[in-house]
Write a protein that binds this ligand. Structure first.
Ligand code: GUN
Length: 282
């Protein structure tokens, strides 16, 4: 029997519907600025998606494109300038940057109150401390999918494969905050399959197609596939297609976690705007 499909597009629509309602109550129009450096094709597509969704939702959205040869100093100066603009509520710089530009220094230059990616060390620290952080969008989207489908988190064993700052580490904190027992696995983890088979909730966030096979999944488990891999021109996850035969619930790729990332970015932008402009924190 095939696993029940966790439809990220549907969850994302419900998030944006809610946000649209919130927006009608705000006396201002939140503004998002997305900075892209160079012409990396995946980044061009992602940034276009973020801009389009923001505009459709009724935010003011601006994409700032900087040339491939932009220097670190120029990029930092521009980010500081945008970040200091009182009309701007949210700013993000699309990763990856062309080498040798350093994304970390750029993330640290953004005002934490406008850091809608949730990557600034202040937001990372607040997240780990249980404070009022802006939370990274993809892991926030995972929790939202669980809640939308009424899937329990408290007391469950969660295994996250992948330890990136973008997904694995923040996802670990978010599941921990919801009273799960969390293990983070990575490339040096021994007996990965034995470990993943213990998971009630399995998060695959490695970036290698079909890394997680059916033998590695506990029957009936919730499997959240964060992988976005291009295989023969198609988007594929980190989870082998056969996993649907053993899992209880599974996010498809595409149409699972991906749409949630953009929806949660919209939520962060509205939240950042509300908090900063003193509207109570939507
Ligand atoms: N590149 C891939 N995912 C992301 C993301 O969530 N934010 C930014 N800024 N860059 C990315």
């Amino acid at each position: 029997m095939a696993a029940e499909r966790l439809d990220g597009r549907e969850v994302a629509r419900s998030v944006t519907r809610e946000l649209a309602e919130t927006l009608t109550t705000l006396p201002f129009k939140p503004q998002l600025v997305v900075v892209r450096v160079g012409e990396d094709p995946a980044s061009v597509a992602y940034v276009r998606g973020k801009d389009r969704t923001a505009t459709q939702l009724g935010l003011t959205s601006r994409v700032e494109v900087l040339g491939e040869s932009t220097t670190q100093r120029e990029l930092l100066a521009r980010v500081l300038e945008i970040s200091a603009d009182p009309e701007v509520d949210g700013i993000l710089v699309q990763d990856p940057l062309p080498p040798p530009l350093d994304i970390r220094a750029v993330q640290e230059a953004i005002d934490p109150a406008k850091d809608v990616d949730g990557f600034h060390p202040v937001n990372v620290g607040r997240l780990w401390n249980g404070g009022r952080a802006l939370v990274p969008c993809t892991p926030a989207g995972l929790i939202r999918i669980m809640d939308f489908y009424g899937l329990e988190i408290a007391g469950k064993r969660v295994v996250i494969v992948g330890r990136s700052s973008l997904v694995g580490k923040p996802a670990a904190v978010l599941f921990l905050q919801r009273d799960a027992t969390v293990t983070v696995a990575h490339s040096k983890t021994r007996s990965l399959g034995t470990l993943t088979r213990e998971a009630d909730i399995l998060v695959a966030a490695v970036g290698r197609h079909a890394l997680l096979t059916r033998e590695m999944v506990k029957p009936g488990a919730v499997v959240l596939d964060v992988g976005i891999n291009r295989v023969e021109g198609k988007l594929r996850g980190d989870v082998h297609p056969e996993v649907t035969e053993v899992a209880g619930y599974l996010t498809p790729v595409p149409g699972g976690v991906g749409p949630m990332t953009v929806a949660m970015l919209m939520q962060n932008t509205v939240m950042a705007a509300s908090r900063r402009r003193g509207d109570g924190g939507a």
